[in-house]
Structures are given as C-alpha cells and as structure tokens.
Design a binder for this molecule. Structure first.
Ligand SMILES: [Zn+2]
Length: 426
C-alpha cells in the first residue's frame, strides 16, 4: 500500500472514533478549555500538500482551522488538541510539509486575555468587554449626545438578543457610512475597534478628522452576531458562527459571512453544519444576516461607504470573493486601497496587503461586502482583516486594541477622504 493510503487510513480510523461526538473542548458545563492546544502554521508547498490538508480538515472535526482555505504557498493556521498533536505532526513530517508551532498553549493566551476582566460595569479600550457592557456604553452615548447619537435596532437574533448599533449624525441628510463588525464571534478586536471609532467620531478634536466625521451620517453596528459574541464570553472563546440550531442539523451555528445572497455556497463555503464555514440551510437563513440586509436595503439610496471589520491577517479587501467578476470600479477601489494601507503603515509600520478577497485570501462565497457591492451597488466597499499575522491570531492582547484602532482609523480616513474627493468632483 502506498504511504499516502496508509497514512490516510490511519486518519480515517482515528476520525471515525470521534465522528459525531461533540468537540472535546465543549465542556458539558462551564467554559470550553484549550489547555495544551497548539496552533501550527503549515506551509503547503504543492498541490499534494493542499490535498492532504483538505483531507485532514474533512476527517478531523476536532481540528480548528483558523485559516479557512487551503492553497499552495499560503500559510495555514490550525489549532490541534494535545491528543492529536503527535499524529498530525507525523503526517506533516511524512509529507515533508514545513510547519512551525505558532501558539504553544491557546489556554494560556485566553487566561492572559481575561486575567483582569472581572469588572461588572464600565467600558474602555484597555480590555475586551461582553455584549452587555458594549450595549450599556452605546446607551450612555445616546443620553450623552442627544440629537447626535440615536439607537438603531436592526433586529433580534436567533436567541432573542437585540442586534443593534448607533446612528451618529451631526445634521441629517448626508451620505452614509455603515460600519459592521463582530460577524465572526471570536474576532474580539473588531468589536473593540468599532467602538473606539464611535468614540473618536464623538470626541476627536483633530480638525481633519472632525470635518470628515461630520461630513457623513454614520451607522455603526459593533456586533452583528450578538449570540455568538456572548457565547465567546460565557462558554467558548473560540466560537465563530451564529448560534442557530434546528432538529435536522448535527451542529450549531452558521457562518454569517457565508450566508449572504452572492453566489451563496458556490465556493469557499460548506454545506456541512459542523463546518466553521457552514453557509446555512439557505440564503439568508440567519435572522442576523437577513435583517441586516433588509436594513441596508432601506438606507441604500444614501449608502456611500460600507466598511466591515474582521480579523486576523492584516489585509484590506475589496469585493469579490469569487473570480467571476470584478467590481465595476475595481481600479478606483484598488487605488484607494493602496492609499489606505500606506496611511495605515505610517503610524507603527504595520504592513497590510490589499486586493480583492479572491485575489489576496481565498474564494469565499456569501460574504456581506460582496452582497452590498452587487445588490446595492454601493460605491466604496472595504473589509479589513485586522491585526495580527497569527502570532496571537484571534487572541490579540488587549494592549493592542488602541494601536490597532488608531492605525485602522488612519486607513479609514484615507478611504473617506478619497470618497469625498471623488464624489465632489463628479
Ligand atoms: Zn471574520
């Protein structure tokens, strides 16, 4: 028997034992723990490596691929529980696949992250906060800035939470900027960054920024996936999807950024409910994406700029996630993207790549920015994958919140300045 077959057979045997069982990290009660879980960075160098990694991904539901798609010479980050580490690294070695240990103990990072998070109330950017604190803070802004900040309820979630944000307007009737974040529950830095942006919009005294802030009507929804976000704070830090469930599905949750009506389920999304990129049973099956899309439709006449925050990888992306078409203003968006990443780099030297989702990361059907571009025809559409490049991955230490937010704002300012200039000169 050729070596490939032997190794894959071994994988099959191991995987069949675990198939259908709940992930071992989902403790029956309390929080999921990740003691000794390692994140390996693998560098597939050939189509054979890609095939092996895809096979591993299919056969081991216990592995958490932090990088969603596998392609030649793109690094793949995968979290492996202790009991599988020997087997998996043997496989890497067996196929001469270069790899390194990027995170040695995921639980240790989680513990560090939450060591000082015992406050009942309050909100700031020295720490990551649960949904309740985010919402209380938004409420406090509505009180503090009457006539400027109003509460916006997009809808309610599968579990009945409000999906909401704020509208910030210094005089209605201006072009709209919509900022969404937190679609993927474990990407905490996006929620922190979005709220930081809200705070800057209200408090910054920088003249350039003030003028820009007041040239637009803003909608900011810091957590478009409140059920998932709450779950990452109470039960499982590494949760990504929504929390929807039904009797005919084995696993809980849908990937909300694969559920939008743009070539739904075509590529880079999964029909299997246990997958981290499960596209859902149908287009807009998730109440969170459906109501958000309806809301966007209702403001689409004024919607000039759509911004979406994800993490991690340090990328600034434009539509689309598939190679069937380019945005009508591809050249314009690429020019602006270049200026934005240059601006972002000025402050701390942080390097971003930019391009279409398809070109710089991977095929991914059903994402929000693709739908906004295609269905609403919004002119300026950008999506960030914020810090870092995998050293901490989703567990970015809280002391990086402010630097991340500041450099992100620098790139956002560059985008908005271009949007203003290009719409004025028409
Ligand atoms: Zn994401």
């Amino acid at each position: 028997m050729p070596r490939v077959a032997v190794l894959l057979l071994a994988l099959t045997t191991l995987a069949s034992v675990a198939h259908g069982a709940p992930p071992q990290t989902e403790a029956a009660a309390g929080r999921a723990r990740y003691d000794g879980h390692r994140v390996y960075r693998v560098q597939p160098a050939s189509s054979r490596h890609v095939a092996i990694l895809q096979e591993i991904q299919r056969r081991y539901p216990q592995l958490d691929f932090w990088t969603q798609t596998i392609a030649i010479s793109r690094p793949v980050d995968v979290m492996v529980p202790p009991e599988l580490q020997e087997r998996i690294t043997e496989t890497f070695n067996g196929y001469a696949m270069p790899y390194s240990i990027f995170i040695d103990d995921v639980q240790r990072l989680i513990d560090n992250e939450s060591s000082h998070r015992q406050r009942a109330a309050g909100f700031d950017w020295t720490d990551y906060y649960p949904l309740e604190n985010v919402y209380s803070w938004l409420d406090s802004l509505v009180e503090q800035y009457p006539g400027v900040v109003s509460s916006v309820v997009i809808g309610s979630t599968f579990e009945g939470r409000e999906q909401r944000g704020v509208k910030i307007s210094f005089g209605d009737g201006k072009p709209v900027v919509f900022l969404e974040s937190g679609a993927h529950a474990r990407e905490w830095i996006t929620v922190a960054t979005a709220t930081y942006i809200v705070n800057e919009l209200l408090t910054s005294t920088n003249a350039t920024f003030r003028a820009l802030a007041e040239s637009f009507d803003w909608y900011v929804v810091p957590s478009t996936n409140p059920d998932g976000y709450e779950y990452t704070h109470t039960s499982n830090r590494m949760w990504r999807k929504t929390r929807s469930q039904s009797d005919d599905r084995l696993c809980v949750g849908t990937d909300p950024n694969r559920n939008w009506d743009y070539y739904w389920l075509d590529e880079g999304a999964s029909p299997i409910s246990c997958s981290e990129t499960y596209a859902g049973p149908s287009v807009f099956s998730e109440v969170e994406t459906r109501t958000l899309s309806e809301f966007l439709q209702s403001i689409s006449d004024d919607l000039l700029v759509y911004l979406s925050l994800h993490s991690y990888s340090q990328l600034l992306m434009i539509p689309y996630g598939l190679n069937y078409e380019r945005p009508d203003n591809y050249d314009e968006l690429m020019e602006i993207g270049g200026k934005a990443v240059d601006a972002l780099k000025q402050r701390y030297g942080t390097q971003y790549q930019y391009g279409t989702i398809y070109d710089i990361i991977y095929p991914a059907a059903g994402g929000s920015i693709d739908w906004v571009k295609k269905a609403l025809g919004t002119r300026f559409v950008f999506e960030w994958e914020l810090r870092d490049e995998g050293q901490y991955g989703f567990l970015l230490p809280a002391d990086q919140i402010v630097p991340t937010a500041l450099e992100t704002i620098d790139s956002m300012v560059a985008i908005l300045q271009e949007a203003v200039a290009r719409t004025a000169s028409r």
